[in-house]
Design a binder for this molecule. Structure first.
Ligand code: ATR
Length: 278
């Protein structure tokens, strides 16, 4: 309880735009499931005022989730940072410690891995993975894919230097960068993770069908409208499954909930309910 009162603990998700965020519904459902009273609201903060808005909110709240485009700024403003946040260079969770210090964490990668392995029947051990994109979303999941034991992580980005820089930061021979114009020569992959913002921006993403075969899982880190063009491509290319990021959203939220409340809620009922409403 904040400041020793009996008021429910307060949380928020910050983003811009944020009005369609599912995070308030997810955390309220988790809270109800666990018998934990909490308030959770969505706060639209433009980049120019995000830091001041987040600091003001967290002065008497317990924590916040952070969505686009504020994840790097959230990482920067924190007083302490988890290992996952440090390697991603971004944070999707801010927690106010009892002494007022702000802690940054990143649960996007763990959320993706849990959704893939536990919900989508996509074991990662020994898997050949293509990661499309090398921006913030890709950095948020690349290390966890390697930690999960993928055999090979091929990173392809429109701007080749950014992919090369990410591979350099990952620092293992299992990760390699390839040029976008060479996609047609790479053969097929067990898993293709779409982490560019082309779908959200409504821009075309030319991908050869040869990247997928009947064993391939295509996974878009976004959900809703922004995921649809990649999912259509994956189905047309013959992939065995085409998944949006709704499951990752619920799993990263459960990891944030566990950080705040010391207890991880059951995610399947919440996922099923949101999926039914999509
Ligand atoms: P996010 O946090 O959503 O990842 P970001 O850090 O700006 O946002 O990264 C956007 C990613 O989408 C980058 O990999 C970007 O490629 P560039 O590094 O070349 O900019 C990629 N991207 C955006 N629009 C794209 C498009 N139309 N085609 C291919 N890649 C695109």
């Amino acid at each position: 309880m904040p400041h020793g009162t009996d008021l429910p603990a307060r949380y928020a998700v910050f983003g811009h735009p944020i009005s369609h965020s599912l995070s308030p519904a997810i955390h309220r459902l988790f809270g109800a499931q666990c018998g934990i009273a909490l308030e959770y609201v969505a706060i639209d903060a433009p980049p120019v005022s995000f830091e001041a808005d987040a600091r003001r909110f967290l002065a008497d709240a317990h924590g916040a989730n952070v969505s686009l485009p504020h994840k790097a700024a959230a990482f920067a403003l924190a007083d302490e940072r988890s290992a996952a946040a440090i390697r991603a260079g971004s944070a999707n969770v801010l927690t106010r410690r009892p002494d007022g210090r702000l802690a940054a964490d990143n649960t996007d990668g763990s959320g993706l891995v849990r959704d893939l392995t536990e919900r989508q029947q996509c074991p990662l051990q020994g898997c050949r993975v293509l990661l499309l994109g090398a921006g913030g979303a890709a950095r948020g999941v690349a290390w966890e894919l390697l930690d999960a034991g993928v055999a090979e992580l091929t990173i392809v980005n429109r701007t080749a230097d950014t992919a090369a820089a990410l591979v350099g930061a990952l620092g293992v021979t299992r990760a390699r960068a390839r040029y976008w114009q060479d996609l047609a020569e790479l053969g097929s992959f067990d898993l293709i993770v779409h982490a560019t913002s082309a779908g959200v921006l409504g821009q075309p993403l030319p991908l050869p069908h040869g990247l997928a075969d009947a064993q391939t899982v295509g996974y878009d880190l976004s959900y809703g409208h922004g995921a649809q063009s990649f999912l259509r491509w994956a189905r047309a290319a013959g992939a065995r499954a085409a998944c949006d990021g709704l499951g990752m959203l619920v799993e990263q939220a459960a990891d944030a909930f566990a950080l705040w409340h010391g207890r991880r809620p059951a995610t399947d009922p919440v996922y099923a309910r949101l999926r039914a409403e999509q």
